[in-house]
Write a protein of this length. Sequence first.
Length: 441
Amino acid sequence: MSKKLLILGAGADRTTGIEFPMANTLLPAITQYLEGDGKAVDAALRDALPGLRFKFIRLINHAIDNLTNREIGELKSVMSRVQIVVDSISDDESIVKKQGMLIIRLFNKLVGVATESQIDDITFNLIKDVFPENANEIDSHDSIVDIHKLPLSETFKSIFKTTLKQSLTTNSNEVANALGMDMLDVEKLLIDKFLGFYNNKSSEIKNYIYISWCLWAFLVHRQNKVLEAYNTSSLPFYGNIPVGIKAITLNYTSFLEKTLGRDNCVYFHGGLAEYVSMDTRNLIPIENIEGCDPAQLISSEISSNIDVSDDNTENQKHVIPALVPPLRLKPILSHKYIDLWHRASEWVQNADKVVVVGYSFNAADEHFNDIMRVNNGKKFDIVGPAVHDSAFIVRIEKVLHVPSGNWTNCNIQNLPAKKAGNVRLIKANADEVNLENLFAD
């Protein structure tokens, strides 16, 4: 077994020439696809799912209505993302910059209402002094006003609706994209709708089937565009992966398999070339995924395996793409995933050199992070444009147990890097590093 292991995250598919959107920018790309090349996909899925009412544009209303249910920390995170965009616009008279400033002011007011209504320590102590007999019944974390029950004004909703709609169009701006990146996340949407399979809610199951196949169709469409432009050896980034290694990918695309062969790869989150029958949990291969016409496959094969005519979900038939939703606690779409994840764990444990490219160690992938926590002195090279950010270093401390204060600055392949013990953080895009040399170090 190879002692060299490559691990790929979304950053690998962001390489110039491939340029897949990140998870939090997928939804606008899917929406635009369904209005253009993917119109037949939308029509085929709606034929297969009679009574389906879901439309991506309706997510905007849901996202806005849900704002008052979000934690203060989440709201501040959105503000921070928009503020970074505003700060990057040098023209103070720019309408886009002013739009960002307006969004931030409105968010600040919402956060202010939530913060000021909380019962602080002084108020809580006064309540206990005045009403000591009721002290045990008082919730110190309560608020004077329950912001979760407050309606947002039409002015507030109108501004946010207009901005979020802009993020779903081809002429969107940076502020709209930054706002949509957080509020219109297709992975969060999949997590939400997948619960329908657990609580037997037919409408949510239909929504999940529709959304997941739209995502699958978009990814297949984009993958085909890349494969039309490059042969295997010339594939950006993937064409430079050295032979004789094993690799685990958290992406769905088939680029890695084309380069290394199926036996040398683990597709941890599933892939585009299979779908799952939810009643038997069998994985069914899709023939000739390269060059596949998504709408034709859905019309000729997928729709015949879907039957949602009975109100009782137990009497329905469902097939979904073999794309594992990004839940911290992974649902087992098929028993084969148990073997797959075990193999991935073994590969990580047995490797003596691990090169990680484009993986963020995000908490949403805690299942995979748990596998990575088996360090045992093995060497890690971690490549990505944000690996020196403080938030990333905190995540590395949690997963690989490297104290944040232990890093020293250095250069690797003339790229800025940090080193602590057996772990190196190389600040670079996927195609800027020589993988063969990294594995040789």
